[in-house]
Design a protein around this ligand. Structure first.
Ligand code: IMP
Length: 428
């Protein structure tokens, strides 16, 4: 391991990033929650409430979609950067659920004034576009994410700050509604969206929103000047990145570490440690290529033992062997410092385990994975807290991933609870 990549220098790793390395659902929520113990703030910088971050603390399960996973730690600030598309009704649904569970949210949550808003017409368009695509559909979460980013890039979208000027808001909304309702009615044959529905999903919340609106860039700059640690929480995974992912079967944001600068205003030189969260096997929700997908009894084992159902939509996840061939590209595109391997215990009890190390391309354009097969392990790894206590063959599996990727496996998750974690090297 190169010396300049060593972690554990608490003066150095102030800005730590967590990124999913495949198609999301790698178990980022738990790791963010764990690392949050040592930071002053947690930041979301892309995506929206399409994400589903499941946290289990002392047996209690919380699923977060929009609010950073740091919210369960009472002293930590939670920031939503300008790169996040914001559905205001869904934000308040989540705030209220947390408040009902006794979590104080509003004093610790800051929303960038520049967040693009997800409006009811975005949801209507997302659903209509998917319907129109038929069997070419992307398999979106139906949350309006893609159409909201389209409006942002088309320079006609509404931002949170637009709610502060009611007259301007009405003027802008009328224009946007004219365009989107034309498409909804005339092209997709769907119901139009009313101005009232749009106001109910935005302006109606203004008084509650105002105290949470802020300048996230300045807040992060201040934390940095004060030498305080910050955690950047990626949503989805690198292979769902709009540029680097399996286009067009991707989400509509950049999900890779490069998105941090544009998505919350922290320059690239200020990132100290970038942790890639990798499930010990690979899963995917929705459509699109998945070279290592399994349709046999091992695939069923992974789905059942790993409880592989989407946290946002409840859809069953497709399961397969770990794709290290894709992971090597992800290490590169994110300049990952280290890996965290999650759900290792799901592989317990298999006779053998396989790692995809290459792809074979066929003349018809199909690609098939080339596997390296390793011996499995029968002993339980669930809940193990020390690396040396892991089954011997599980250690061989992890060491092989490390060697193939050229970066260290610094964290291993052996169960859903915070306590079920092996920290090989401290990160913060
Ligand atoms: P969208 O983000 O709703 O537009 O969906 C685009 C693709 O990204 C679909 O294949 C979704 O299943 C996938 N996707 C979006 N968010 C997540 C996530 O948090 N985990 C896993 N897949 C996701």
């Amino acid at each position: 391991m190169p010396e300049d990549r060593l972690v554990g220098d608490s003066m150095k790793n102030k800005n730590v990033v967590v990124i999913g390395t495949h198609w999301g659902d790698e178990g980022k929520g738990k790791i963010v929650d764990l690392l949050t113990e040592s930071v002053a703030a947690v930041v979301r910088f892309q995506g929206g409430h399409n994400a589903g971050h499941t946290l289990v603390v002392e047996g209690n399960k919380t699923v977060l979609h929009l609010i950073p996973s740091g919210i369960l730690h009472p002293t930590v600030q939670c920031l939503i950067g300008n790169g996040v598309v914001l559905s205001i009704p869904d934000l308040f649904k989540e705030i209220k659920e947390l408040e009902e569970a006794g979590v104080e949210v509003r004093n610790r949550l800051m929303l960038s004034l520049d967040c693009p808003l997800i409006m009811p017409y975005h949801i209507a368009l997302d659903v209509s576009v998917e319907k129109e695509r038929g069997n070419r559909k992307i398999g979106t979460t139906g949350r309006g994410i893609g159409p909201a980013y389209e409006d942002k890039v088309g320079r006609r979208g509404l931002r949170l700050r637009d709610l502060l000027d009611e007259q301007q808001l009405l003027f802008k909304l009328e224009g946007i509604l004219k365009q989107h309702n034309f498409m909804l009615e005339q092209y997709y044959g769907a119901e139009p969206v009313t101005l009232e529905a749009c106001l109910a999903a935005s302006l109606a919340y203004l008084d509650e929103l105002k105290p949470m609106m802020g300048d996230v860039l300045s807040q992060l700059a201040m934390l940095r000047r004060n030498g305080q640690a910050v955690l950047f929480e990626g949503a989805q995974g690198a292979l769902l990145d709009i540029d680097h992912g399996t286009y067009p079967f991707v989400t509509s944001s950049n999900t890779t570490a490069g998105a941090i600068s544009s998505g919350c205003g922290v320059g690239p030189l200020h990132l100290d440690y970038i942790l890639g969260i990798t499930k010990a096997y690979t899963t995917r929700v929705g459509e699109g290529p998945f070279p290592t997908e399994l349709h046999d009894s091992v695939g069923i084992h992974l789905a059942e033992k790993g409880h592989e159902f989407g946290a946002t939509t409840g859809r069953p996840r497709r399961c397969g062997w770990l794709d290290v061939c894709a992971l090597q590209r992800v290490v590169e595109m994110n300049s990952l410092t280290g890996l965290c391997i999650t759900k290792l215990d799901v592989l317990d009890g298999l006779d053998s385990v396989a790692i995809c190390v290459d792809y074979q391309e066929h003349s018809d354009g199909q690609i098939t994975p080339v596997y390296e097969t390793l011996a499995g392990w029968q002993e339980a790894s669930v809940g193990v807290k020390q690396y040396q206590d892991l089954p011997q063959n599980a250690q061989v599996y992890l060491d092989r991933i490390e060697a193939l990727c050229g970066i260290p496996v610094d964290v291993i998750s052996t169960g859903p609870d915070r306590a079920e974690t092996i920290l090989k090297r401290p990160i913060l």
